[in-house]
Design a protein around this ligand. Structure first.
Ligand SMILES: CC(C)(COP(=O)(O)OP(=O)(O)OC[C@H]1O[C@@H](n2cnc3c(N)ncnc32)[C@H](O)[C@@H]1OP(=O)(O)O)[C@@H](O)C(=O)NCCC(=O)NCCS
Length: 157
């Protein structure tokens, strides 16, 4: 019998908003917090629900579903930028991000996008490197008063 895929990847729906926000906050507080200071995590995890609602509807986003729950999400802007890739703390290292990125790469291929890029966190840098992205530069940005190192990375498709 053929094996069922581990996760269903489907387009984001407006009704996913609160679950996606909760996943984001938990992923930052419980996973990214290993690489950042408490003040950085506090600034990063601040959410304006209306802004999120608008941002999610303004660009394609996909969610990974396991047992009826959102295990992770990813987005893709028309210029090839992956702005968001977050996996639920309870679903780390189970291939969720790999499956989400594969979906984005397939969509980018369909849209004749030659290159994907991202401003990776320190936490996600190894994942992106293993997934074929190259580090172009590490730069410093200020978000809500806190300074962060951002890894500018790209993958030619
Ligand atoms: C980075 C992140 C998206 C990876 O998601 P994931 O679903 O756990 O990743 P996968 O299971 O698909 O990992 C694939 C491979 O990437 C590498 N990898 C993933 N996370 C890693 C980590 N923390 N350290 C080292 N290698 C890692 C491993 O080689 C892994 O394969 P393996 O588990 O068989 O060794 C997830 O840890 C996350 O949500 N982090 C916090 C949020 C964040 O920083 N997001 C990025 C914002 S730009």
């Amino acid at each position: 019998m053929p094996e069922l895929p581990l996760f269903e990847i489907r387009p984001y729906r407006a009704s996913d908003l609160d679950e996606v926000i909760e996943l984001f906050v938990r992923s930052v507080r419980e996973i990214a917090s290993m690489d950042y200071t408490q003040p950085q995590i506090k600034a990063w995890a601040k959410v304006d629900r209306a802004e999120w609602e608008q941002a999610r509807m303004s660009r394609p986003t996909w969610v990974a579903i396991k047992d009826g729950q959102i295990a992770g999400f990813i987005d893709l802007q028309s210029n090839g930028l992956i702005d968001m890739l977050f996996v639920h703390p309870e679903f780390q290292r189970q291939g969720v991000a790999t499956a989400l990125l594969a979906r984005v790469e397939a969509e980018a291929g369909e849209a004749d996008m030659p290159v994907l890029h991202t401003y990776s966190s320190l936490t996600a840098q190894t994942f992106f490197e293993i997934s074929g992205f190259t580090l172009l530069l590490a730069r410093s940005v200020v978000v809500r008063g806190e300074r962060f190192v951002q890894c500018v990375m790209e993958k030619r498709l």
